[in-house]
Design a protein. Structure first.
Length: 332
């Protein structure tokens, strides 16, 4: 796990999904664990903590690279959806409609903050730019994600009430982020000292949402209609999706002559998607349908695969950077 920079959160995801499949009743809606209650109201806590831990001064350091920011945001919210839509046309019958909704949900999500920054740092890329873009992406995603999903839902017939979703997003996502930012005036030092424990709380709520979603899906019989082959196909799908986006993102980086550090930041931020944002937002959008467990499955698989793949790529970049330093310092 250390080799690939993974942590116990991925193991915990596997555990809660397995628990939901083995014994779903306790975590389903109305179950004695009341996971649905935690999943519903914990969303606001997740985004309040996000706002509380978001330091605006860190974003300011990377604000000047506007061409790079444009490339990353267009990759995140335009290129990703276009690639999934292009695949959806010829491969419509490969996956059930819920899984295709899950793949487009990946495409509509913002970039992940923590791992994008961590991997950019490991690869010796431009960390300030990574912080700015990953954070900006999260803020844009508050509105871009539901709008993109509403468009896709209308196109495919898998609809949801957009107005109601927007209201929930404002109340459970945007408002808590704003309150978290306001709270930094009094709680910034405390949050900085306890950042590790606050992230544990954040992840515990996300695990509760995943557990509740899969329990509800199991009770409704969603997974009994599918087999292990579907999971294998989804794994192949998310890996192909990652590499298609990663390679396509190289094109504007080369055309705009980004240096090595900026290119690394652009590729890592533009090819990654946020599980921490996606799981709570999925609960807001799709919480009324028992198929939510099937919808978020591609995102969970993408999250795992992107961490493993980018960890390997980042380690190679780090080795190359170290070799360049050695050659530059060598005499003669």
């Amino acid at each position: 796990m250390r080799r690939f920079k993974l942590d116990g959160f991925l193991v915990a995801l596997v555990v809660v999904v397995a628990a939901a499949m083995i014994w779903p009743a306790p975590g389903a809606k109305g179950g004695f664990l009341h996971a649905d209650f935690v999943a519903t109201y914990g969303i606001a806590v997740v985004f309040f903590l996000y706002g509380l831990l978001l330091a605006p001064e860190k974003m300011r350091k990377g604000m000047t690279h506007w061409r790079l920011h444009l490339v990353v945001q267009l990759g995140t919210f335009v290129l990703f959806p276009l690639v999934v839509l292009a695949a959806h046309v010829p491969l419509r019958n490969v996956f059930p409609p819920e899984v295709w909704t899950g793949f487009f949900f990946i495409a509509a999500l913002p970039s992940t903050v923590s791992s994008s920054v961590a991997m950019t740092s490991l690869a010796r890329g431009n960390v300030a730019v990574a912080i700015f873009n990953a954070t900006l992406s999260s803020l844009i995603g508050v509105f871009a994600t539901p709008l993109l999903m509403a468009w896709f839902a209308a196109r495919t017939g898998y609809g949801f009430p957009l107005g109601e979703v927007i209201v929930k997003v404002v109340l459970l996502v945007l408002l808590p982020i704003i309150l978290g930012q306001i709270g930094r005036r009094w709680l910034a030092d405390w949050a900085s000292r306890n950042a590790r424990w606050l992230r544990y709380a954040d992840r515990a709520i996300i695990l509760a949402i995943v557990y509740n979603s899969f329990c509800d899906s199991m009770i409704a019989g969603i997974w009994s209609a599918n087999d292990i082959l579907l999971v294998v196909e989804m794994v192949v799908g998310v890996i192909v999706l990652f590499f298609v986006i990663y390679e396509l993102m190289k094109i504007p980086c080369a055309l705009l002559a980004f240096d090595r550090e900026d290119t690394i930041a652009a590729l890592f931020c533009g090819s990654k998607k946020s599980l921490a944002t996606g799981i709570p937002v999925a609960k807001i959008m799709f919480g009324a349908t028992p198929a939510v467990g099937l919808i978020i499955a591609p995102l969970m698989l993408y999250h795992f695969c992107q961490l493993v793949i980018v960890s390997v790529i980042a380690s190679r970049h780090a080795a190359e950077a170290d070799a360049l330093v050695v050659r530059a310092s060598a005499p003669g």
